[in-house]
Design a protein around this ligand. Structure first.
Ligand SMILES: CC(C)(COP(=O)(O)OP(=O)(O)OC[C@H]1O[C@@H](n2cnc3c(N)ncnc32)[C@H](O)[C@@H]1OP(=O)(O)O)[C@@H](O)C(=O)NCCC(=O)NCCS
Length: 372
């Protein structure tokens, strides 16, 4: 038996090897810095990079886009089922159920090979936005809008939600947010997906479990909670007092802190630039001032930098996206990263089965029911 090592929350523990991304020395996907991918790439190029290991050339990208277009349909029975979901159903839960339902219709559900899993991942990338947008519209008594071939995934998402062509600025903002959310090493949801498929379960099961893990406010759910913080602050003049009081009460401020990035989240830096631009375009400069005051005080008081959710929550707000869709949008993007990890895990699998330190009672004698 190796020496017992225990780290609560697995903090600092190397739990596996990956060639997909690293957070060491700034975030990079397959060796490309996140700054370059976000500034010069598109989500489709990044999804291809994550799944296939290399950036696509023009022909490969064109073929990839065509495959996504061809896969952009959801069985009518699933849309029908969503129609009957209770009005209280949350979009994150609908996506979790949607991913699970899509498994029933996937033609390769029983094939866990590398190639089949890439094809399944491509289908899910194309199908999950349709599930999210259809539920959003049906909930408002509107009929779903079909995706259009030839559009980017970012533009299709916005068009399927609002039935309107997004402005170039909004399409770009959505695309960049999808790139930044696509992959992040051994975070909670990715690790969940790897644990699930390490039992040789299928890709859809891994994605369903990962969506469940992403929902919590300490992980993906934080981008929705950011708007609660900004809503609670109210006017920008209140920001300094509000945040100092909140920190004195030891309130956790969503969108700040990170298990790994202690000096700053590189994803937040670039998104903040886009956030500023969009705030100007939409007359929301006041909210940026509030956000800056909060950021400054949390750094002064706690030395905590913002994470990606801090600007992304605002960015989505400036795009008029409903708050309950912020974390589902994260799902659409992270599906690329989760799938890459699932495929990597299965390519070189070892069942993930750690041990626990036992802190229960000493051995006890069995007591018959009548004597308890
Ligand atoms: C992400 C997070 C879970 C990382 O947590 P962690 O590595 O376990 O760090 P800890 O919770 O141990 O925090 C260390 C200290 O900073 C404080 N802290 C961490 N995040 C904080 C936050 N967002 N607001 C206020 N204080 C915070 C903790 O209270 C703790 O203070 P203490 O030493 O006085 O008790 C945590 O920072 C958090 O809850 N952030 C808010 C949720 C969020 O934005 N999640 C998205 C992550 S991308």
């Amino acid at each position: 038996m190796p020496e017992e090592i225990y780290s609560p929350g697995l903090e600092g523990v190397i739990a596996g090897e990956t060639a997909i991304s690293t957070v060491s020395g700034g975030l990079s996907y397959r060796g490309y810095s996140i700054e370059n991918l976000a500034r010069y790439g598109t989500f489709e190029e990044v999804a291809y990079l994550l799944l296939y290991g290399e950036l696509p050339n023009a022909e490969q990208l064109d073929e990839f886009r065509k495959r996504l277009d061809a896969a952009s349909q959801v069985p009518p029975a699933i849309i029908e089922a969503i129609r009957h979901f209770p009005p209280t159903a949350l979009p994150m839960d609908v996506l979790r159920s949607g991913a699970s339902m899509l498994a029933h219709w996937d033609p390769e559900i029983g094939d866990n090979s590398h190639e089949a899993n890439i094809r399944k991942a491509e289908r899910l990338l194309a199908q999950l936005p349709i599930v999210m947008a259809a539920h959003h519209r049906l909930k408002q008594g509107k009929e779903p809008v079909a995706p259009e071939a030839g559009r980017s995934l970012a533009a299709n998402c916005l068009n399927m939600l609002f039935r309107a062509d997004p402005s170039p600025g909004h399409e770009k903002a959505m695309d960049v947010s999808l790139i930044l959310y696509a992959e992040h090493e051994y975070n909670a949801s990715t690790f969940t997906a790897r644990v699930v498929v390490s039992t040789l379960a299928d890709l859809h099961s891994g994605i369903v479990a990962a969506i469940g893990a992403l929902k919590g406010p300490l992980h993906g759910g934080a981008n929705e909670k950011v708007m609660d913080v900004l809503g609670a602050v109210g006017k920008k003049e209140n920001a300094e007092k509000w945040i100092r009081d909140a920190l004195a009460r030891k309130q956790k401020i969503m969108g700040f802190g990170h298990r790994v990035y202690k000096d700053g989240d590189p994803r937040a830096v670039y998104l903040k630039e886009l956030c500023n631009e969009l705030a100007k375009e939409t007359g929301n400069e006041g909210l940026e001032v509030t956000a800056d005051v909060i950021q400054r005080v949390i750094w002064e008081e706690k030395k905590l930098p913002p994470n990606l959710d801090w600007p992304s929550g605002r960015l989505y707000h400036y795009m008029n996206l409903p708050v309950e869709l912020y974390t589902p949008l994260f799902v659409l993007s992270r599906t690329a990263g989760w799938a890459a990890h699932i495929i990597e895990q299965l390519d070189n699998n070892r069942l993930i089965r750690p041990r626990a330190r036992y802190i229960g009672s000493e051995p006890r004698a069995w007591k018959p029911l009548a004597k308890r």
